[in-house]
Design a binder for this molecule. Structure first.
Ligand code: F0G
Length: 278
């Protein structure tokens, strides 16, 4: 079993944001995982299973966090990954290959390597990733003592949305998803994904849970990011604030319990913080 001690991340009450939005708001701090993002949950399972099957290696495409978590063969979009994440993949000795293209191009290349070189792809199309990541939903229920009314998440490729739905099982909270309007070049670089691979499944989760998808401007993401940092003292990366931004932009019944999943740590992307100083 390959583990660095994933999970058991804090679920923090957010009293100031609760007062501001008229709900009972909680922050699930996934940046407290060993490599600083939610990806560690699924990666522990996926890498363990890949070893068990005698894989020659593991490979992934990444906007950075999957890379930092997997630290294997990593395909990234040239110049589009936050510095902290590249540093982490390097530290673990990953073979980092940059493509001139989008995340989708990197994803295709990772799949090709998996097919042709006997590697296991550890992107979220790998069911072991989803299974491992689903633990976060069960943890939220344990920590809160019930299923929250609302669950707010950033929506990049949609793997995390699918994983939470699996983890909650029959009783889904209403999913509130925030996606960047500028999917191609948003400053929230973790979710620079133009063609979400799980789009259809995400549509199903929204329908089954009576959820909503909010398309966010750069300013909306930035404002939510600043709010979490300034009001609650929790420093997450920009993409992680998309769930809160979606809550802020949608009408929510007073007093409802809302869990905002903050998917990654703020230190991952030091360059982005210049926006906060302004
Ligand atoms: N938040 C962070 C911090 C992420 O790194 C990602 C995705 C998401 C949200 C979106 O999650 O794709 O499951 O909807 N990061 C991937 C990566 C693409 O390569 O690290 P999703």
């Amino acid at each position: 079993m390959i583990t660095l001690g994933e999970g058991n991340t804090p679920l923090l009450a957010a009293p100031r944001l609760s007062a501001r939005f008229g709900v009972e708001l909680w922050l699930k701090c996934e940046g407290a995982n060993p490599t600083g993002s939610f990806k560690d949950r699924g990666m522990a399972v996926a890498v363990t299973r890949a070893l068990e099957r005698g894989a020659a290696g593991v490979v992934c495409a990444s906007t950075g966090n999957t890379a930092a978590s997997a630290a294997a063969v990593v395909i990234t979009s040239r110049g589009a990954v936050a510095r902290g994440k590249i540093a982490q993949a390097r530290a673990a000795g990953a073979d980092i290959r940059e493509v001139d293209g989008t995340f989708e191009d990197a994803h295709r290349e990772a799949r090709r390597l998996a097919d042709e070189e006997g590697f296991v792809n550890v992107n979220s199309i790998n069911p072991d990733r989803i299974e491992g990541q689903s633990s976060a939903a069960r943890e939220v229920v344990q920590q809160l003592g019930r299923v929250p009314d609302l669950l707010a998440l950033p929506f990049g490729g949609g793997g995390n949305t699918v994983a939470y739905a699996v983890g909650f099982g029959e009783r889904l909270p209403r999913f509130v998803l925030g996606e960047a309007e500028r999917r191609k070049d948003t400053f929230a670089s973790a979710i620079r994904i133009t063609e979400p691979v799980h789009r259809v499944e995400v549509g199903g989760v929204l329908q089954r849970s009576g959820g909503t998808l909010v398309t966010l401007s750069e300013e909306q993401i930035e404002e939510a990011w600043r709010l979490v940092a300034r009001e609650e003292g929790v420093f997450c990366e920009p993409a992680s604030a998309a769930g809160l931004a979606a809550v802020a932009a949608s009408v929510t019944d007073a007093g409802q319990s809302v869990v905002c999943v903050l998917t990654g740590h703020g230190l991952k992307d030091p360059d982005a913080t210049e926006r906060l100083a302004a």
